[in-house]
Design a protein around this ligand. Structure first.
Ligand SMILES: NC(=O)c1ccc[n+]([C@@H]2O[C@H](COP(=O)([O-])OP(=O)(O)OC[C@H]3O[C@@H](n4cnc5c(N)ncnc54)[C@H](OP(=O)(O)O)[C@@H]3O)[C@@H](O)[C@H]2O)c1
Length: 408
């Protein structure tokens, strides 16, 4: 592995998110060789020039050409790289050949998918090859699902180390967040809605709270279907509505528990919510936001309204402005009860910059560099299973907050 030409291949460097990842990697790569990959040489050279204007040593970064629809180009790119970090989505549409190529070449891999369908496809179709070659494939290494996955892993480790206990009812609440959305993210959400409209199997998968189970025979049954109602969070005294990204994050967190032999607990249950504040105002805002989200999901699933949405929402390559990204941030609070009692554990995970873009570029870049640092078994892994504590340490060093307090 150490003989390969590139330490990290950034696949999709010309996209909205890929461009931000290029900036982050260039500034933080140290002695690592980071290559820029994509299908258009002129665009890749332009990205390299722009990044090198800020980080001059990046001017001779290698460029790797290929196409998501050309498996031979992807096999060659992966054989020359130790880790491939991909921002080319929607992944169910454009990501399959790259994942296959990475697994076959024994090249580690991380991505930003929020698509349960793509995750399940990786587990069913690619994981057997990855286990043979030793490639580690780590999907959802951005705002979805790192704060959830590592935040809960941190609380479970604390409960066991300090109290010798496992977790039971655990809830993540997004308490504050400012951020936007890019064309690629919307295309992924709409692609998933379209797939679900056409295919009953996909609808069943999306409804399944344990859709990413590593072993269906050993699934817990503590969590039912995703909630659609607002609820009052008594621990934080705020009104909450279901968090839109809970649809992927909850599956990832439940998989981490199962993949570690239910180390978080056999009584572990998990949900994700978004806070709209306290009192009558919080109640009204939570109901309004919940109704708006349900309307958006309905509109995204139906062809005529989806076409209208596509006209007014950001297209490919578009996303929040530099000012909006810079002034963005996220704060999440995870409250966990322990099986058998004890204090309430409250974890906080916080980051600066737009969660889906500036903060995501940091999270996936640190994941890729973490894979280079830490060996492990081949397979398709959550971030908590592949890197766990070490990734928390990296992200703390990179400015993110991961803390725990105990309340009686
Ligand atoms: N998990 C998270 O927190 C998170 C956050 C942000 C984004 N995302 C996900 O990241 C993905 C990208 O979003 P985005 O807004 O950055 O998308 P985008 O701006 O549309 O970029 C898409 C990239 O894919 C490339 N591409 C498209 N077709 C290709 C092909 N056939 N072969 C090679 N490359 C191809 C594009 O290359 P060209 O420039 O040549 O067209 C571009 O580099 C989406 O799936 C989104 O959901 C996730």
């Amino acid at each position: 592995m150490t003989q390969r030409e590139h330490d990290v291949l950034l696949w999709g460097a010309t996209g909205f998110t890929g461009r931000l990842v290029a900036d982050y990697l260039a500034a933080h790569r140290g002695p690592l060789v980071v290559a820029l990959g994509g299908r258009n040489r002129q665009k890749l050279e332009a990205v390299r020039r722009e990044v090198a204007a800020v980080t001059p040593s990046f001017a001779d970064a290698p460029i790797v050409l290929g196409d998501a629809t050309d498996p031979a180009s992807l096999a060659d790119a992966c054989a020359r790289s130790r880790v491939v970090l991909t921002t080319v989505g929607p992944y169910y549409q454009y990501g399959k050949e790259l994942a296959r190529a990475a697994a076959a070449a024994g090249c580690d891999y991380c991505d930003l998918t929020g698509e349960v369908t793509f995750w399940r496809w990786l587990l069913d179709e690619v994981e057997p090859v990855a286990k043979r070659t030793g490639a580690r494939l780590v999907p959802s290494a951005g705002f979805d699902s790192i704060p959830s996955d590592l935040g809960v892993a941190m609380l479970a480790a604390h409960a066991m180390e300090r109290h010798g206990r496992t977790l039971s009812e655990t809830r993540l609440v997004v308490t504050k967040m400012r951020g936007g959305v890019s064309g690629g993210t919307l295309a992924s959400a709409m692609g998933l809605a379209e797939l679900a409209r056409k295919d009953a199997g996909v609808r069943a998968l999306l409804r399944d709270p344990y859709a990413l189970s590593p072993d269906r025979a050993r699934d817990l049954s503590n969590d039912g279907r995703d909630p659609m109602n607002v609820r009052h969070d008594a621990d934080l005294d705020v009104w909450t509505a279901p968090f839109v990204m809970g649809a992927i994050n909850t599956r990832v967190v439940r998989r981490s528990n199962a993949a570690r032999g239910h180390a978080y607990g056999k009584e572990f249950s998990y949900g994700e919510w978004m806070s709209f504040g306290s009192g009558a105002r919080g109640f009204a805002l939570a109901n309004g936001a919940n109704a708006a989200l349900l309307a958006f999901l309905g509109a995204a699933a139906l062809p005529p309204t989806r076409m209208l949405l596509e006209r007014v929402l950001p297209g490919a390559g578009e996303g929040p402005s530099a000012e909006a990204r810079q002034s963005g941030f996220f704060h999440v609070s995870i409250t966990a009860r322990m099986a058998g009692g004890g204090p309430l554990l409250v974890g906080r995970v916080e980051g600066k910059q737009d969660p889906g873009y500036g903060a995501t570029a940091k999270m996936i870049s640190e994941t890729a560099m973490g894979l280079l640092d830490q060996p492990g078994d081949g397979g398709v892994h959550t971030t908590a299973v592949a890197l766990g504590d070490r990734l928390i340490t990296r992200l703390r060093r990179a400015g993110m907050t991961f803390v725990i307090e105990e309340r009686p």
